[in-house]
Design a protein around this ligand. Structure first.
Ligand code: NDP
Length: 256
């Protein structure tokens, strides 16, 4: 289904969902750049995926994508590899609730969430914008069902859901901007996906059970299922799909 020999960029590609996305594209013959802060995890993922997909197929690039200077350096390296056919803005995290009481701690937590889940995507996309393949380029944002349902509680102060929802408004405008160039921009909003690092072990059995109970299919999603959806959105066949918020949540959110 995936066109071969494209250049694909996956932020947060060393772990969890991003790693499954990188594996999926590399397994179908694409060159995949994975970007993240932890160099050793990037190297390990590139080597592990390369063992089956082909050595050198996955290219690790270390960068904190909240830092404009580091994004510029990473983008320059990527641009040296050729035009970018697919950009998957997957990097993100749930920032824990404020460390202390008071508006200062609240503001800091919200800013961290916006930085991690929104600004990472905005900076990387803008740094690569001129080098997206025209026509045929694909931009995919990994959002969350939390953006559609709201989200707060033990894992988040509500800022995670708000930061992901902000991705939506920005992505829709970007789709309008890039459509005439033949580039599609879409948002994929997964529900509860297991086997990733995002909950840092805080997903207790009670939490997991409540997430599963939200679904109609009675189970969590898998990183491979997210990767399969991204593969379709990024395919040549999906050229008529743009400006959409696409849910992948086992029925936890209906009709959107
Ligand atoms: P992981 O924690 O496994 O992956 C997040 C990745 O993002 C890590 O590889 C991390 O690498 C990278 N990252 C975070 N901050 C930065 C940064 N500042 N600069 C560069 N890279 C960064 O969790 P998931 O795989 O679950 O998450 C992937 C995406 O899916 C996220 O956007 C998340 O919000 C979203 N999502 C996840 C769901 C789930 O249930 N798992 C549900 C809905 C959405 P490093 O720390 O090394 O930088």
């Amino acid at each position: 289904m995936i066109d071969s020999a494209r250049l694909v960029v996956v932020s947060g590609g060393a772990t969890g969902i991003g790693r499954a996305i990188a594996r999926r594209f590399a397994g179908h013959g694409d060159r995949v750049v994975i970007v993240g802060r932890r160099r050793e995890l990037l190297d390990r993922a590139a080597a592990e995926i390369g063992r089956t997909a082909g050595t050198g197929r996955v290219i690790p690039v270390g960068a904190d994508l909240t830092d404009p200077g580091q994004v510029r350096d990473a983008a320059d390296r990527i641009i040296g590899l050729g035009p970018v056919d697919v950009l998957v803005n997957n990097a993100g995290a749930i920032v824990t609730p404020p460390d202390g009481a008071g508006l200062g701690a609240l503001a800091a937590a919200w800013r961290r969430d916006l930085d991690t889940n929104l600004i990472t995507a905005v900076l990387l996309t803008n740094a690569l914008l001129e080098r997206l393949s025209r026509p045929g380029g694909r931009v995919v944002m990994i959002s969350s069902a939390a953006a559609q349902r709201g989200g707060s509680g033990p894992h988040s102060a509500g800022s995670y859901a708000a930061a992901k929802a902000a991705l939506h408004g920005w992505a829709l405008g970007l789709a309008r901007q890039l459509g005439p160039d033949g580039i599609t921009v879409n948002v994929l909003a997964p529900g509860y996906i297991q086997d990733t690092d995002i909950f840092h072990g805080r997903d207790t059995p009670e939490f997991t059970a409540s997430k599963i109970a939200d679904t109609l299919v009675g189970r969590p999603g898998t990183p491979a299922e997210v990767a399969a959806a991204v593969a379709y959105i990024a395919s040549a066949e999906a050229g008529y799909l743009t400006g959409q918020i696409i849910g992948l949540n086992g029925g936890a959110v209906l009709g959107r």
